[in-house]
Design a protein around this ligand. Structure first.
Ligand code: NAD
Ligand code: ZN
Ligand code: ZN
Length: 343
């Protein structure tokens, strides 16, 4: 089978011919229907995380996968060839306190496909070590399910953490209307009556933010974000900032926009560190909340929302052998929504 593999950090992926593993025990081989391209793949391929996540290359990239059951091991129950499944990517050990608590994505010894030593979904087939990492998505199209396994899942968890802070008089600022950001806006409007302000840098992203339900749009290329937020909120500031970029500049601006007792939710991984002003944070009772991916049950909830037609998913399909073109388009900001690979 064909697989797009990373051989060296910073180099283009190679389309290799590799052996297809035979499933044994609880494992399953799926025929990939679609694989989403997450910005984390770009951080990983550039080698930004090689110290934090040491991996022996080559490895097949891709942690946002949906497809069809191809073959199952002898102890797999409830799945047959052809079933549509989403792959939950937060593969954990199953026995540490986080796995036992239901948050496998926080496992002490994770083996995330495509982001660790396990091969991911940029391939014709994918080996999944246990059927407990699969969510049935019968009747749904893998093209629209693959992005839900991360772009759709991560903001779902992040928004759930702060929805108690939001009300009809509240404002929420979202930085980064990409794969994740387009879902963050939708969840904010679905789960709370808050007023959403999206920060973008170009017109196509402004249009997308509007389509996803944002009430206000700030284009940071030609507006000062803090002044525009003050104008929109009547100098109150915002209750919550979702930073799905998290670069030095968005973090500094985000904190400057917070209202008293506001929360900064960190989701993006573009920056490396930032300064938190101690006195302002204490006297204004700011909180900073990190949010990582989502758990298995949250993924089933997201898929239920998709099944009920409550989520818009915008995809830009590419063939597997166009993977480098898709990555280039994502890096240069030309993708609206999610780029997906269709083997
Ligand atoms: P994406 O490329 O699809 O979207 C990022 C968007 O941010 C783009 O639209 C880009 O134009 C915009 N952007 C960049 N800099 C900006 C700025 N200064 N102001 C306003 N907009 C800006 O990326 P994605 O796949 O949605 O991922 C976003 C980030 O979230 C990445 O750093 C990724 O690694 C991270 N991520 C985190 C988690 C988690 O569990 N916390 C999960 C998935 C992805
Ligand atoms: Zn991701
Ligand atoms: Zn674990």
């Amino acid at each position: 089978m064909k697989a797009a593999r990373l051989h060296n950090y910073g180099e283009p992926l190679q389309l290799d011919e590799v052996d297809l593993l035979k499933p044994k025990g609880a494992s399953v081989v799926i025929r990939v229907g679609a694989a989403g391209i997450c910005h984390s793949d770009i951080h990983f391929m550039h080698g930004e995380w090689q110290k934090a996540i040491p991996v022996k290359l080559p490895v097949t990239i891709g942690h946002e996968t949906a497809g069809y059951v191809e073959e199952v091991g002898e102890s797999v129950r409830g799945l047959v060839k052809g079933d549509v499944v989403a792959v939950f990517g937060g593969w954990g050990c199953g026995v540490c306190q986080f796995c036992k608590g239901g948050d496998e994505q926080l496992c002490n010894s994770p083996r995330w496909p495509g982001l660790s030593q396990s091969d991911g979904g940029y391939a014709e087939y994918m080996y999944v070590p246990s059927y407990r990492f699969l969510v049935k998505a019968s009747g749904l199209d893998p093209k629209y399910i693959a992005p839900l396994t991360d772009a759709g899942l991560t903001p779902y968890r992040a928004v759930k953490k702060v929805r108690h802070m939001l009300n009809p008089n509240s404002f929420t600022l979202v930085f980064g209307v990409g794969g994740l950001g387009s879902y963050a806006i939708q969840y904010l409007k679905l789960f709370s009556p808050t007023n959403v302000i999206a920060v973008v840098r170009d017109e196509p992203k402004a249009k997308l933010a509007k389509e996803m339900g944002s009430d206000y749009i700030i284009n940071s290329k030609n507006e000062d974000v803090v002044s525009s937020v003050n104008k929109i909120t009547g100098n109150q500031g915002v209750n919550v900032v979702f930073d799905i970029v998290a670069s030095k500049d968005t973090l500094d601006v985000g904190i400057a926009c917070l209202k008293k007792s506001g929360a900064l939710v960190l989701v993006g991984l573009m920056g490396s560190s930032f300064n938190i002003p101690v006195v302002e944070s204490v006297i204004n009772e700011y909180s900073v909340i990190g949010s990582l991916w989502g758990n298995y049950n949250e993924l089933t909830e997201v898929i239920s929302l998709a099944r009920a037609n409550k989520l818009k998913t915008v995809v830009n399909p590419f063939k597997l052998d166009e993977v480098e073109k898709a990555i280039e388009n994502l890096e240069s900001g030309k993708i609206q929504g999610r780029a997906i690979l269709i083997p």
